[in-house]
Design a protein around this ligand. Structure first.
Ligand SMILES: NC(=O)c1ccc[n+]([C@@H]2O[C@H](COP(=O)([O-])OP(=O)(O)OC[C@H]3O[C@@H](n4cnc5c(N)ncnc54)[C@H](O)[C@@H]3O)[C@@H](O)[C@H]2O)c1
Length: 355
C-alpha cells in the first residue's frame, strides 16, 4: 500500500473552507481503494499567522515541507496585509525554493460548466497551459533608486536563463508528444527584443527534436484574442511566467470561472514536493460564510492524484464534478445555486462513490 504524506497550508479566508472539502475527497478515495492511504499535516501559515508572528511562514518552512510527497495549498491573502508580502514570502518562496519550475494549468470546459463564449462546446476549450514558474518576469530582480525623490527610478528586470527557458519548453514538448497534441508558444518577440527573441529562438531550437509535434508561435496579444474567439486552436501552450499568469485567468474565465480553475506547481524531477492549489484567492468578501465553491480546490486534488500516477482517480474526480454540474441540483452560489461549500463537497463525494 502506498502512503502519501500531504502538507496542508490552508492559508486565509476561504482557503480552509475549500481545502477541507479536497481533503475529504482523498479520505473518501482511501476508503474506496485499499492501495492508497493519505496522511495530512497542517501548517498554519499565511496572513493571519503573519499578523501574530511577523512571518508568513516559519523561517525553516522549506525544511519542514521538504519531506512531504505534496503540498496542498488553499489561498493566502488578507485585506490588511500587502499582497506582495504574502505572495513573495510564501508562494514564491515555495515555488522557487522547491524548484517548481512548471506551473500546469488545465483550461478545460467541463460538461455542465457555465461558458461565457456563445456556442462553444467542451471540445472547443480543452488545453493545458504550461507556464514558466521560477524566473522570467517574476524573478524579483531590479532596484528602486532615489526612492521618494523627484528623480526616483525603478528597474524590474526579467531573467530568462538558457537552462530555465529550455527546460520549460522541453517539458511542454514532451507533454505534447505524449498526448499527441500540438504545441503553441506564446511570447512577444516584436517588443521584448532580448527576452522574447531568446524565448522564440529556444522554442525553435528545441522544436527540431520534436518533428512529430505540430508547432505554432503566437504573440501574446494575438493569443489573448484567440483564447476568446477561437480557443480550439490551442492544445498544449507554453509561455513565460507573467504571460502565463494573465492568460490562465483568461483561460479560467472561458472555462467556467475561478470556481473551477486549478493549478499545479511541479518539480518534475521529484527532488522536492510539488504544490497543488486552486487558482482563486482567499475571497475575503465571502470568507467565513461557508458558501465558497470548493470545486477548484477539488480539481487540484485531481491534479495531485494524476501527479502521483493515479490517473483513473483523477479522471473520476473530474467526472464526479461534471455530474454535479450537469445535474444542477447542488450548485454553489457562484454557479447561481444555493448549496453551501460542505453540501457541494458532499455531493461530489457521493457521485465519486457511484461512478
Ligand atoms: N494563490 C493564492 O493564494 C492567491 C491567488 C489570488 C489572489 N490571492 C489573494 O487573495 C486575496 C483576494 O484576492 P482577489 O479578491 O483579487 O481574488 P479572489 O480570487 O480571492 O476573489 C475574486 C472574486 O471571486 C470570488 N471567488 C474566488 N474564489 C471563489 C470561490 N472558490 N467560490 C466563490 N467565489 C469565489 C470572490 O468572492 C471575489 O468576488 C488577495 O489578498 C490576493 O492577493 C491569493
Amino acid at each position: 500500500m502506498k502512503n502519501y504524506k500531504i502538507a496542508v497550508i490552508a492559508g486565509d479566508g476561504i482557503g480552509k473552507e475549500v481545502t477541507d472539502e479536497g481533503i475529504k475527497v482523498l479520505q473518501a478515495i482511501e476508503k474506496l481503494d485499499n492501495r492508497m492511504a493519505f496522511s495530512f499535516e497542517y501548517f498554519p501559515w499565511g496572513c493571519e499567522y503573519y499578523k501574530k508572528t511577523g512571518k508568513v511562514m516559519d523561517v525553516d518552512g522549506l525544511d519542514k515541507l521538504k519531506e512531504f510527497d505534496a503540498i496542498y495549498l488553499g489561498a493566502v491573502g488578507a485585506p490588511d496585509v500587502p499582497d506582495h508580502i504574502s505572495l513573495r514570502d510564501l508562494l514564491i518562496k515555495i515555488r522557487q525554493g522547491f524548484d517548481q519550475y512548471v506551473n500546469l494549468r488545465p483550461v478545460k470546459l467541463l460538461q455542465g460548466a457555465p461558458c461565457p463564449l456563445i456556442g462553444k462546446k467542451e471540445n472547443d476549450i480543452n488545453m493545458t497551459v504550461v507556464r514558466e514558474n521560477s524566473e522570467g518576469e517574476y524573478a524579483g530582480t531590479g532596484d528602486w533608486l532615489y526612492k521618494d525623490k523627484p528623480q526616483e527610478v525603478v528597474l524590474q528586470t526579467s531573467v530568462f536563463s538558457r537552462m530555465g527557458t529550455e527546460r520549460i519548453i522541453r517539458y511542454a514538448y514532451e507533454l505534447a508528444r505524449k498526448e499527441h497534441k500540438s504545441i503553441t508558444s506564446i511570447s512577444k518577440g516584436n517588443a521584448l527584443n532580448y527576452s522574447m527573441v531568446f524565448w522564440d529562438k529556444i522554442f525553435a531550437e528545441v522544436g527540431k527534436e520534436y518533428p512529430d509535434v505540430k508547432q505554432y508561435s503566437y504573440l501574446v496579444d494575438a493569443a489573448a484574442m484567440f483564447f476568446v474567439k477561437d480557443p480550439a486552436r490551442f492544445e498544449v501552450v507554453v509561455t513565460s511566467n507573467l504571460f502565463g499568469d494573465i492568460l490562465t485567468d483568461l483561460g479560467a474565465a472561458i472555462a467556467g470561472g475561478m470556481g473551477l480553475a486549478a493549478g499545479a506547481n511541479i518539480n518534475p524531477e521529484k527532488k522536492f514536493p510539488s504544490m497543488f492549489e486552486p487558482i482563486h484567492g482567499s475571497a475575503p468578501d465571502i470568507a467565513g460564510r461557508g458558501i465558497a465553491n470548493p470545486m477548484a480546490a477539488i480539481c487540484s486534488i485531481a491534479q495531485l492524484l494524476e501527479f502521483f500516477g493515479e490517473k483513473t482517480w483523477s479522471d473520476k474526480i473530474i467526472a464526479a464534478i461534471e455530474k454535479v454540474l450537469v445535474d444542477k441540483k447542488v450548485l454553489p452560489a457562484d454557479f447561481a445555486g444555493t448549496a453551501a461549500t460542505k453540501e457541494v463537497g458532499s455531493e461530489i463525494r457521493r457521485q465519486l462513490r457511484i461512478i
